[in-house]
Design a protein around this ligand. Structure first.
Ligand code: KG4
Ligand code: ZN
Length: 352
């Protein structure tokens, strides 16, 4: 069964073809990130306008790379939430139109759940992907760490899960992005913090970890602690504007703050994963979302979880449509409700 996946929830216009929920035949991503860098974050209008220009060429490319014509596609899966309203709309309207004119079933996919399903891709005809040897088994502990979500979710089976805990304020990726801003590092913050942290001393500073209910998170206090520390490092008080901090911090200070922040942010997640692993003894543990690309997170997790953890290829951690097509396959194959192509709407604040 061939599924065409379409993803436009944020600043990546993506389309992919996945066969039978495991075999990735194409995975095309056109990012508008360069256009947002001057603004220090994604500008929704620019992202949406860019999706309009890119969506059809990206879908065409995904079919081309999969060596198939539209006639071979069995169903369409599209992200309808969570995400930016204008961005989601372009993907959803395109998918609805294609479903109507080609008479194909349409499935509405939850973006956050789709990140988990990136881990079910274990074969591809594309070069240079590192994929796990097999699909993860249930019960499955999903560590969801993205720009919009930080959640620990225990899946008993497909579509049967319980949320063990989640963030009460900022998502971990958001904390990376905000700390990068304080340090004057380019957007997106995750990759630029990890790059800067590589040459820093991760034990140079200690930051407090929020004391939350068992599996819940909070990252806004950590971000504020970084701000206060940066102000203190240059001998200024609480009132010193954060936008002026980076020009006064030395490169060594930036590297040490980045490394220490990253260590503490990652430890916060890993401590809870360890706890959940011991309590629920899941058959597999999977990482999902953009922060799953973080090498320090992968390193620390390897220390606490036995070898049954597989890390998705970096290109399947950040936003892509292969994960959408993969979850779409399971929705189609396991009898989940089809979307109505005449009425499917976007749900920007959709949660799991
Ligand atoms: O999953 P994603 O692409 O979009 C959302 O669904 O939110 O995640 C984007 C987030 C951003 O906050 C970005 O800074 C973070 O993932 N990120 C990273 C890394 N690469 C991307 N965070 C830490 N380390 C990385 N290497
Ligand atoms: Zn995402």
């Amino acid at each position: 069964m061939l599924i065409l996946g379409i993803e436009t929830s944020c600043d990546e216009t993506a389309a992919a073809v996945v066969e039978d929920g495991y075999y990735m035949r194409s995975n095309v991503v056109a990012s508008s990130i360069d256009l947002h860098i001057p603004y220090g974050g994604v500008v929704p209008e620019i992202a949406a306008r860019n999706h309009i220009e890119s969506i059809l060429p990206v879908i065409g490319q995904a079919l081309h790379e999969a060596h198939c014509r539209f006639e071979a596609i069995d169903a369409i899966a599209v992200t309808n939430g969570a995400g930016l309203g204008g961005s989601l709309l372009i993907g959803v309207l395109t998918a609805r139109t294609l479903a109507i004119i080609h008479s194909r079933p349409l499935y509405a996919v939850n973006h956050v759940a789709a990140h988990v399903y990136a881990n079910f891709i274990n074969r591809t005809s594309l070069p240079d992907y590192t994929l796990p040897p097999s699909q993860p088994g249930f019960p499955l502990l999903a560590v969801i760490v993205s720009g919009g979500h930080s959640q620990l979710v225990l899946f008993y089976d497909h579509f049967d899960y319980t949320i063990l805990g989640q963030t009460h304020d900022d998502a971990i990726g958001e904390a990376f992005d905000k700390v990068a801003k304080i340090l004057g590092l380019p957007y997106p913050g995750g990759p630029s913090i990890s790059k800067t942290a590589r040459k820093g001393d991760a034990n140079a500073f200690t930051f407090p970890k929020a004391k939350m209910d068992k599996y819940d998170f909070s990252f806004s206090g950590l971000k504020t602690a970084v701000l206060r520390l940066a102000q203190a490092q240059i001998g200024e008080s609480y009132g010193f504007p954060s936008v002026k901090l980076s020009e006064r911090l030395s490169e060594a200070q930036k590297r040490n703050i980045a490394a220490s922040f990253q260590r503490v942010a990652v430890e916060t997640v890993v401590d809870k994963v360890k706890l959940a692993y011991e309590e629920y003894a899941p058959k597999s543990v999977v990482l999902a979302g953009g922060v799953a690309a973080n090498l320090e997170l992968r390193r620390q997790l390897k220390d606490v979880i036995p070898p049954n953890i597989n890390f998705p290829d970096i290109r399947l951690c950040t936003d892509n449509a292969a994960m959408v097509a993969t979850l779409g396959y399971f929705q189609a194959n396991l009898g989940q409700t089809k979307a109505d192509p005449y009425t499917l709407s976007t749900v920007p604040n959709l949660s799991m």
